[in-house]
Ligand binder design. Sequence first.
Ligand code: KG4
Ligand code: ZN
Length: 336
Amino acid sequence: MLVLGIESSCDDTSAAVLDNGSSVLSNVISDQNTTHSKYGGVVPELAGRCHIESIHHVINSAINQSKIGLKQIDLIAVTVGPGLVSSLLVGLNTAKALAYALQKPLIGVNHLEGHLLAIFLEETVEFPYIALTVSGGHTDLYRVEGFGEYKVLGRTRDDAAGESFDKVAKMLKLGYPGGPLIEEKARLGNALAHRFPRAYLEKGSLDFSFSGLKTSVRNIISKRETGEIPILSDSDISAGFQRAVIDVLTDKVFLACDKEKVNRIVVTGGVAANSALRKRIATEANSHGLKSFFPKPEFCTDNAAMIACAGYYKSLNKPLSLKDTINLDAKASLKL
Ligand code: KG4
Ligand code: ZN
């Protein structure tokens, strides 16, 4: 089955062609980093406009690279939420028009389900597994029992982990997106130069909180400017901040495995592209006798291949009708 995936939930316009759920024939991504960089975060109106400018080109490139014809597509899968409505609507309306013109079925996919299943683009993971979804909008822990069977174990009560990377990068005037820039700075810094707080919340809680950490970084930066504390370089602050985030994420993943008696871990979402996080969880998993899985970085950050993959598995369980296609709507805070 050939699936065309379309993703435009935030600031990446992407289209992919997937053969039988796992063979990626193409995965084209157009980011908007230059547009948003000067604002230190995504400006929704600009994001919507950029999607409009690039979506046709991105879909054409995905079809050309896959070396199949548009008419050979069996199914179109598109992100319907959660995300920015003005961004989601560009992908959704384009997908609806294509489905109508080609008379092909269209399936709506929850963006988070795409992240949860991205690992299946590369390998098969046995169920159940614990999934840590860490992105710019979400920091969630799930027990994944099967395709379409997801139980939320914990989530952030305030900022998402990726959002805190972006905000700290903005405070340090590094640019956007902050995650890769902080990671690069952190490589040169001393994570022990300053100990930032870790929010573990109530004993045994699988929820997260990153807003206190962000405030603490802000305070340290202003104290540094007034000379109240010994000199800390941007690299030291980046390393200390990144270590605090990784400590909490790692500890909660293993707590979830312990509580749920599950020995497989999948880490996914944009922050899962962070090599220090990957290394830490992989090392600890090995020492605990657990298995850990990480999609390659291209499939961690937003991409349409994961949407095509989730759409493929969803379509196996659900016969599609034209009514489903027409009624599809974008939902900013769609739940999984
Ligand atoms: O999954 P994603 O592409 O979009 C959302 O669904 O939000 O995640 C984007 C987030 C951004 O906050 C970005 O700073 C973060 O993922 N990110 C990283 C890294 N690469 C991207 N965070 C830490 N380290 C990275 N290498
Ligand atoms: Zn995402």
